[in-house]
Design a protein around this ligand. Structure first.
Ligand code: TIU
Length: 226
């Protein structure tokens, strides 16, 4: 295929056609990467996730310059919490529960300051933002229909957290026939061991869920084309 770009990846070279590929930026919300949000209420050190911001900015810029589709997601719930399963609301012993007022607004509620995407990675132009009530970006959203309408078959996957929303989304995408490349320095976890093992699980067994590569390899493929 003439337009196939090649990325050196684990477990083997990943090929994608930019015209049929979307960059997915998963849940880069204040609620996960800034103090006072959902991630912190669960007991996590949110500074762990901030290292993905700089490489992800570069990837966003290069992807936009290549004219490719960019789609952002946000995890969160309606103000009346009617789309939040009671089991999710009750789970664990967070310092604040979903819907409680926090320093950046109600925790994980749509429309609140804390629920929105961080300024550094704010969507631009006509980039789609998919609001999702679950961890996976396909569950209870229009994402699959949107991708099929755009004839997208491959996904470059970034965002947080590696073993939760990124993994769930990659698994959902893989079962639907999409080929996923996860950029290892553009996904982040609160747990270094989950980051490592989460990435290994994607590429193991001949790429059971997809491919993994550092963002530099993806950027190199885009540069080679231009
Ligand atoms: N807690 C955690 O690691 N993640 C989430 O709850 N959501 C996402 O990963 N976005």
């Amino acid at each position: 295929m003439a337009d196939q770009l090649l990325v050196e990846a684990d477990p083997y070279t990943y090929g994608f056609d930019p015209a049929h590929t979307a960059l997915l930026v998963i849940d880069m919300q204040r609620d996960f990467v800034e103090p006072g949000g959902f991630g912190e209420t669960l007991g996590n050190d949110v500074t762990m996730l901030r290292q993905v911001i700089a490489p992800l900015r570069e990837v966003l810029t290069a992807t936009r310059n290549a004219g490719m589709t960019v789609i952002h997601t946000r995890e969160g719930h309606l103000p009346d919490l009617s789309d939040c399963p009671p089991a999710k609301l009750r789970r664990g012993a967070p310092s604040l529960r979903i819907g409680d007022p926090g320093p950046k607004g109600r925790i994980l509620v749509r429309g609140e300051y804390g629920h929105d995407i961080i300024d550094e990675l704010a969507p631009t132009g006509d980039e789609l933002v998919i609001d999702k009530p679950g961890k996976g970006a396909f569950y209870a959203t229009d994402l699959d229909r949107v991708l099929r309408d755009k004839d997208v078959r491959s996904l470059i996957v970034t965002g947080v957290t590696t073993e939760v929303c990124v993994h769930t989304t990659v698994r959902e995408a893989n079962d639907r026939g999409y080929e996923c490349l996860v950029l290892s320095d553009c996904v982040g976890s609160y747990f270094p061991e989950f980051q490592r093992h989460g990435l290994q699980m994607i590429a193991a067994q001949g790429g059971i869920f997809g491919w993994v590569a550092p963002s530099g390899h993806y950027l190199k493929a885009l540069e080679a084309r231009s």
